[in-house]
Design a protein around this ligand. Structure first.
Ligand SMILES: C[S@@+](CC[C@H](N)C(=O)[O-])C[C@H]1O[C@@H](n2cnc3c(N)ncnc32)[C@H](O)[C@@H]1O
Length: 273
């Protein structure tokens, strides 16, 4: 791939999904593109680029899927899930109760293969009083990751190291050497294809998890996304981001909080004028 071709792809990918590839990512991009070109018999990166930009939407989705990094695991960043269980959930439950509502609405934005929303579902299910509903919206740009999430079957050795025996017992069933999420837990979650670059239409959200997604975004896209979250999260609701990510460096409308090593952000004021 020439430098000129790299720039064409870089700009296209940024425009489509907010992921900003730096010059150091050229080999990564090249390897994914060349592999895909071989599968569909295209000879040069430029012709592959033309194919995508001439309106082949499904090929564009395929390319974006190939570029996403889907690394995840159950109870990833355990201190954050402790904070979620001990402070955040009781707080949002109290607020809903005061409003006479018995529902929690949580969004796992960039849910990858499902480990994050299933963890949220397990922890929330333990916390809500009887008769409450927990609705979890789980979205991602990667169709292949969403397929795995929908299947709900996991390799014990791969992503389940951190799952306590208590949760395994209550929320999984054995299938061969793997474990499958129980249907009752799955029903709490709606998985959906969604590109975070676009409008989502969600509102009345208590908590957003968007962890290890924005690391691929530049400053402008990062801010745009945080503003969208600010808009859909209820007053005093929460935003949880990855441990290597931060929004403290700008006036985002969220306040940083932490307990032990768990971190989160609380929405502290209404939308900017
Ligand atoms: C590293 S995984 C993180 C998964 C999970 N949130 C966690 O922390 O374990 C990043 C996920 O973000 C998704 N992603 C990246 N850009 C996206 C976009 N523009 N819209 C939606 N999802 C995106 C990727 O497909 C990938 O599944």
């Amino acid at each position: 791939m020439t430098d000129a071709e790299f720039k064409l792809f870089r700009d296209l990918i940024y425009a489509e999904c907010g992921m900003y590839l730096r010059p150091g990512n050229k080999d990564f991009l090249n390897s994914r593109v060349v592999k895909r070109m071989a599968e569909i018999n295209v000879n040069t990166p430029y012709w592959y680029y033309r194919l995508i930009t001439d309106g082949n939407k499904s090929e564009l989705i395929k390319l974006l899927d190939l570029l996403t990094i889907n690394e995840t695991s159950f109870f990833r960043n355990k201190p954050q899930f402790d904070l979620f269980r001990k402070k955040i959930l009781p707080d949002v439950i109290k607020k809903r109760e005061e409003a006479g509502e018995r529902v929690l609405r949580i969004w796992s934005a960039g849910c990858s293969t499902g480990e994050e929303p299933y963890t949220i579902a397990m922890v929330a299910n333990e916390a809500v009083p009887k008769g409450w509903k927990v609705r979890i919206f789980a979205s991602d740009l990667s169709l292949s990751a969403l397929e795995t999430a929908n299947r709900g079957i996991y390799d014990v050795k791969k992503t389940m190291q951190e799952v306590d025996g208590y949760y395994v017992e209550r929320y999984f069933e054995s299938v061969g050497n793997s474990l499958r999420i129980l249907e009752s837990l799955k029903r709490m979650i709606v998985f959906d294809f969604h590109n975070l670059k676009l409008e989502h239409g969600l509102s009345d959200i208590d908590i957003v998890f968007c962890r290890n997604v924005m690391i691929y975004f530049d400053e402008e896209e990062h801010k745009r996304l945080i503003r969208k979250f600010h808009k859909c999260i209820n007053d005093n609701g929460y935003l949880l981001i990855g441990h290597a990510e931060s929004i403290q460096w700008w006036d985002s409308g969220f306040e940083f909080l932490h307990d032990k090593k768990g971190t989160a952000y609380k929405k502290v004021r209404a939308e900017k004028p």
